[in-house]
Design a protein around this ligand. Structure first.
Ligand SMILES: Nc1ncnc2c1ncn2[C@@H]1O[C@H](COP(=O)(O)OP(=O)(O)OP(=O)(O)O)[C@@H](O)[C@H]1O
Ligand SMILES: [Mg+2]
Length: 486
């Protein structure tokens, strides 16, 4: 049979395509970040003096009007800018996928109620600006652009404004994931300020750009959101030049414990979600909560105050690990990312689970005993009842020149059961053939029933070898150890 070939007619319909790329963003701030990224990229590429972005909001009953307005040098090539996936407009590494603007607009308003105003230096010379309005069209049914005189809603001689109308429900996705409480508009604006302040913290701090949220006459400048480090817990690696496989990258790492900031809605709160590892690319936060992907295990809950900030800086496109098209994280399996993770594993030890207060108290007691002149040996967690293979571990064992002691420690008030634990250490040592001379239960306080039980055990009971017990009670205060200071 003769082979017949025919053309596949797969020109997409503009509006169908537009709908198909919507819905990939989880939250409103992720969309705003795409527009801010475009403005920042333009500031960086053109080194313009004016570097301001305003996010203007206007609320209606059911909708919110949003405009992201910048003072950049305008969109150089509107055709490329509105072509899905086109990389020809790319100005810096922040213009990575050729999608952000379209992707974000499609997700914010499927119905096509968006517009772009832009004014380049050439437009400025002619005192005009270019306007393109949605909905998105393609091919034989193209969208049209038109020049209007003046600056439109722009705030400088050149710049870009992206405007859209979204539903109140979509705007409300500013609230933290999982939080279903109905938040007033002002509270959502407050969270948006924190989101932007966190995503662009070092960039805002360096004055590389300024960002403000504007609601009516109110202007809210975005302040950088940084963690408050516990001063004696900070470690860092000096800036190191690496090649992750696509050109030089400078890596800076800083890690330690933070003081939880309970005034924040989302970040650096000292909880599970806001701790761990965050990675920034040229100052812009790319992903956080990466500890599991780096060390294959989640941080221990006692390490919720642990934070590691990894800052990657690179000029060359392709030097940094590639991001997801929504710029909400890195692409899994990217070889540059894997190389970075390998480097982090080689150079940073994830902080071990924090010792419980009880363990730290016992350690303090052990150090105190070690310093006493007649002490020969001090052991934490030493086994007893070895002859019966019971695997019982004593909190603290102390051997002096002429006697041996065992300690059971409790951070709070003692209980009768704690005394039986101490008795078990004693019995185990007795049957193992290294009898004890003193057993001491250390706790914050000792209630009467525990005091009575000590007297009863000492007076009326015998250990498995027929010897009397010498148990006693001690408080942390009597031992000279302050539970708050360990
Ligand atoms: N505010 C702006 N100022 C100047 N140029 C812009 C602006 N916004 C968009 N552009 C131009 O439009 C192009 C397309 O933007 P879009 O966000 O869709 O993709 P991208 O930034 O190239 O890649 P990414 O998908 O990584 O965001 C940009 O490369 C840039 O040339
Ligand atoms: Mg972009």
């Amino acid at each position: 049979m003769k082979e017949t070939h025919f053309a596949i007619r797969n020109n997409p319909n503009g509006q169908e395509l537009w709908r198909s790329i919507s819905g990939n963003f989880q939250r409103f701030p992720e969309i705003i970040n795409e527009f801010v990224d475009d403005a920042l990229s333009n500031f960086r590429a053109t080194r313009t003096d004016q570097r301001r972005v305003e996010i203007r909001l206007r609320q209606w009953e059911e909708f919110v009007d949003v405009s992201v307005v910048d003072t950049g040098t305008g969109i150089r090539d509107i055709h490329a800018a509105l072509t899905l996936g086109s990389r020809s407009g790319s100005e810096t590494a922040l213009n990575e996928h050729g999608m952000g603007l379209k992707h974000a607009l499609a997700s914010a308003c499927e119905d096509g109620s968006w517009s772009i105003q832009t004014r380049t230096p050439e437009d400025n010379a002619q005192d005009q600006h270019l306007v393109v309005r949605g909905p998105y069209h393609l091919g034989d049914d193209p969208m049209t652009g038109c020049y209007l005189s003046g600056r439109g809603i722009l705030m400088g001689p050149t710049g870009t404004a992206v405007s859209f109308t979204c539903t109140r429900d979509f705007f409300a996705t500013i609230r933290p994931a999982g939080d279903r409480t109905d938040k007033p508009f002002e509270a959502l604006v407050d969270i948006l300020l924190e989101e932007l302040g966190h995503t662009y913290a070092p960039i805002l701090d360096d004055g590389e750009m300024e960002v403000a949220v504007v609601v009516g006459d109110q202007v809210y400048p975005v302040e950088p959101v940084f963690p408050y480090w516990e001063l004696n817990s900070i470690h860092d690696i000096l800036p190191t030049d690496l090649d992750l496989g696509g050109g030089p990258v400078r890596v800076r790492c800083c890690w330690g414990l933070i003081r939880p900031d309970k005034d924040n809605h989302l970040y650096y709160r000292g909880n599970m979600e806001s701790s761990g590892v965050e990675i920034r690319c040229n100052g812009r936060l790319m992903e956080r909560g990466l500890d599991k992907r780096i060390w294959s295990k989640q941080l221990h809950p006692s390490r919720n105050h642990f934070l590691m900030v990894v800052e990657l800086t690179a000029d060359q496109p392709g030097a940094l690990p590639s991001t997801r098209p929504t710029k909400t994280g890195f692409r899994d399996g990217d070889p540059r990312l894997e190389k970075l993770f390998a480097w982090l594993r080689a150079n940073i030890t994830p902080i071990a689970p924090q010792e419980s207060v009880e363990k730290r108290l016992t350690r303090a007691l052990a150090e105190q005993k070690q310093a006493e002149s007649d002490v020969l040996r001090v052991a934490l967690e030493e086994k007893t009842y070895c002859s019966l293979d019971l695997r019982v571990k004593m909190d603290l064992f102390v051997s002096r020149r002429d006697q041996t002691e065992v300690y059971e420690s409790k951070k709070g008030p003692s209980k009768a059961l704690d005394l039986y634990q101490l008795k078990m250490y004693w019995d185990g040592c007795a049957v193992d053939g290294r009898p004890l001379n003193r057993g001491i239960l250390v706790a914050r306080s000792h209630p009467r029933e525990v005091q009575n039980l000590v007297s009863a055990l000492n007076d009326s009971y015998r250990d498995p070898t027929g010897q009397p017990y010498h148990l006693s009670l001690l408080t942390w205060a009597e031992a000279g150890i302050n539970p708050k200071a360990v």
